[in-house]
Design a protein around this ligand. Sequence first.
Ligand code: ADP
Length: 513
Amino acid sequence: MKTFITRIIIILFFVVALPLIFFLVKQASNLSENEEIVQRVFDKQLETILYTINQNSENVIVSWVSQIDLPVDYNGEVMQKITSNIFANNIAVEQIQFINLSEKKTIASYSQNNIEKTIIHWPGTQLVNKLGELIKNKFQKIEAVRDSGTVNLFFILKASNNDVLAAFSIRSDTFIDQNLRPGIQQISQDRFNISILDSGEASTNLLSDSLSITPANIHEQEMWYLPGYKISIGLKSATIDQLVSARMKRDNYIFAGMILLIVLGISFVIYSIRKEIKLAELKSEFVSNVSHEIRTPLALISMYTETLLLNRVKTEEKKTEYLNIIHLEANRLASMVSRILSFSKMEKGKRNYHFTNVDLNELIKNVVTHFQPHFDAEKVECKLEFIEAECFINADKEAITEALINLIENAIKYGNDDSKMVVIRTKTINGNVAIEVEDNGIGIAPKHQKYIFDKFYRVTQGNLAHKAKGSGIGLNIVKQIMIQHEGKVTVNSHEGEGSCFSLIFNEKCNKNG
Ligand code: ADP
């Protein structure tokens, strides 16, 4: 059996475990590769978000530019309307100014709330020349110049034949709060921390608390139209590293769990196979035991009947003796066959139980009367001890009788060769009634005690199995009967001293039926 099991283990290892372990290892190595890709994709995503925020600010500014880049009188009514509209919708815009480039003279100037301010200064010839060059090539560049909390945006108007320089003066913090915040909030969606920082002002976040900066910020970009300001983004709850390692950890647990499951699965398969093989061995032993047990009484019956038939027995006394032997052996045969039939019925779940009110004392006395000839023949001293004069319980009389017969037969079979003694008693165990069958026989070693109630199990130590004939189903029948009574059978045994079997019921002793 050992080599067979080893073969099964090797086959399972090569067919199931090895490919699976190979697959898992491959998965594990792929994992770190995948994590790198995730990291890269994530980095790209963050960069894109930063780009989008800058793009949004450009869209706002370009829309202002296109509103005023018209071939109109910059001092006229149309421009007045346009500018007041821009001021009304964008409180960050403080001033809009138009400067004639050839004359270097301010043509028109509009202010928020008409409060005249001169916050836009000549940006310098170099910058103006650069814008002039670009516009000649049809590229209208908007150049941002910072003046502490204000940013001036300079550009040349295409509609003026490149002769007018226009400028918006905006308050950066108001621009961030009013024009950029809604878009940023939409992007952040509670997943990211997005901050706009004035680099000069030691990390003062210009966005309100809900979008505040945390050390988890990992990407930064200069703001295109707000010089000296930078925008940064990071994950709200954890850094990517933390997320990646958390995922790695989780995947590792899953892998470990899978390997554990495989090991458990294989162990279970091996355990089941072993159990089946053991059962098959026990079954074949059972068949040979039963055949052997049947053969002996049959041989005796056949021998004595033949002697009687041939009239070889002279005295009446001898005749009676032989007939008694035949009767005893026939009874033994019948009881063995009925035990096997009862076992087979139980196995198929076809045994019916008829519960009635049974007097245990009377039941025990009847069984003992039935056994008296055996006790006499085997020189067994039998003692009875009852807790009550009457003890009624709800039970199947036939089944309990059968269980008791099995226990008493065993007590005789495995009894002490010199002086056999059997005590049958009723008892209260934890408030419930129990029948005990105690002997002073060979006892059962502790390592066998937990198996003796299994079907076909016999203690084969020494030559016990040969000495005491049996089939290994008696105690299993007892166990199943007790299960049907919602009770149990237990054993307390010491090798060389004796055994005590208890049938413990799930009810109390009733005094009258
Ligand atoms: P068997 O037909 O072998 O008696 P059982 O199921 O009745 O089968 O008992 C299983 C085994 O338990 C026996 O083989 C025997 O070794 C052990 N056994 C049962 N009753 C006793 C007892 N009273 N004393 C010692 N051993 C016992």
